[in-house]
Design a protein around this ligand. Structure first.
Ligand SMILES: [Zn+2]
Length: 268
């Protein structure tokens, strides 16, 4: 516990005092000075300068004893909670990444087998490779199910296993994945669906940034940050603790346009 609080609060004199009194109190100036090896004068000055954090709790003759004030206690607890939340967040993130890693590795094997054994037809047309999802469902039902549920991962694996400069396209999706525009709901987000509709307008094509890679100047870690807004998103924090000044090293751009769609049933 003591070590953890030290990590949270830092190793300054004030932090050392807060840390100690959070664990053990009441203590006198002399006791604190001894326990954290800070000279009496500096200790007293620091405590008086930050007197809001401390409270005199008892007196034994001339000796005063201190504990944390409500404010001091609140300060330490809040720091601890923030720290816990951050730790939990990073742990979750780590586990999610590991799960994704395992998934991608398993998928890669399956996809490699399918392609090597020519289990499905890969029809090349122009710059596209068409995959017949109906056919895939017959050869490998689990993979076709996964494609509908986690298209980003599965399409990524197909892309890595096939020629780089082709786009992967899908046809013959199951009826359950064919949706009318008016039926679209949040549960369809990040799923592979097909929408039957007509396009009513098309904007100009313009390049947009999809992804930027940033390098941490302190430790060299490369952070890949997805871009989907008009402002540029940067890494908020590196695992080494750095919080800013990340160097942009590469950008992934695509040409994009906005298409306005309407249901086939609209306006006859
Ligand atoms: Zn770093």
């Amino acid at each position: 516990m003591v070590e953890e609080i030290e990590d949270v609060l830092g190793k300054g004199i004030l932090e050392k005092i807060l840390n100690l009194l959070f664990e053990e109190n009441p203590l006198s100036y002399n006791q604190i000075s001894e326990k954290i090896s800070i000279d009496y004068g500096t200790l007293k000055k620091t405590m008086i300068r930050n007197k809001d954090y401390f409270q005199e709790s008892s007196k034994d003759g001339k000796t005063k004893f201190f504990k944390l004030s409500i404010l001091g206690e609140k300060f330490v607890r809040e720091k601890l909670e923030d720290y816990k939340k951050k730790q939990d967040y990073f742990k979750e993130l780590d586990e999610a990444l590991k799960r994704k890693q395992v998934l991608v590795e398993e998928l890669s094997e399956e996809v490699k087998n399918i392609i090597q054994n020519k289990e499905i037809n890969l029809n090349r047309e122009g710059k596209s490779i068409y995959i017949d999802v109906g056919e895939l469902a017959v050869e490998n039902p689990a993979l076709s199910e996964m494609l509908l549920e986690k298209p980003d991962e599965v399409i990524g694996v197909f892309k890595n296993s096939l020629e780089k400069d082709y786009d992967i396209r899908f046809k013959n999706l199951p009826k359950t994945a064919i949706i009318n525009i008016e039926e679209l709901r949040q549960e369809h987000l990040n799923k592979l669906i097909m929408v039957e509709c007509r396009s009513v307008s098309l904007s100009n094509v313009r390049p947009i940034i999809k992804n930027i890679k940033f390098e941490c100047p302190s430790c060299g870690t490369v952070h890949s940050v997805l871009q989907n807004d008009s402002f540029i998103r940067r890494p908020s924090r590196c695992s080494c603790g750095r919080k800013g000044g990340f160097r942009e090293i590469s950008k992934e751009m695509v040409n994009a346009a906005n298409v306005m769609l309407e249901d086939l049933t609209c306006k006859g």
